[in-house]
Design a protein around this ligand. Sequence first.
Ligand SMILES: [Zn+2]
Ligand SMILES: [Zn+2]
Length: 181
Amino acid sequence: MSVKFTCPGCGAHRLEEIMVNVTVASEIISVGEGDIEYGEQSNEDGVVDRYQCMGCGYILSDISDSEALYDFLQGSSRRIELDAYNIVIEIEGNGGTITSDLHESCPYCDQIHCVNDCDQSQYDSTQETEEDACKRGQFNAAMDGIESFVLAQACAGVDITTPAFICALETAFESCANRYS
Ligand SMILES: [Zn+2]
Ligand SMILES: [Zn+2]
């Protein structure tokens, strides 16, 4: 299975290997006055100096062979799914995205970030009063924080699938839910 490179610096996908101490042999086709025309070239020896992004020159530090490169790329691009709150995290490079069921959406328009914004919520308060909508807005802001924190933990290499982590997540969720309801 091959793995894709995504530059943590610029998001480009083209990666290059830079070798040093290479011996280059070039066939000479013709020699003119101060000018040589070359034919085929072959490279010998040399060691990998670094792997870097062809777009911005971002260097993958501490990676000097194909095995380490594979491990890095595989580790840097992965998907984590949790049963808890339907959390799905996609990690690429040093960053990533998270989606979850943590937030509560507007009962009228089903949008998470609607707080009395949609037309129906403005004239109808049977499903949610204005005050409840404000509380929901605060609750959702807290959920934004929890999502960011979980994503940051995953990106930093913390195993967020452990029972201990999920238990902590549930505790944080419950305390936010109690506070903003
Ligand atoms: Zn780059
Ligand atoms: Zn709405």
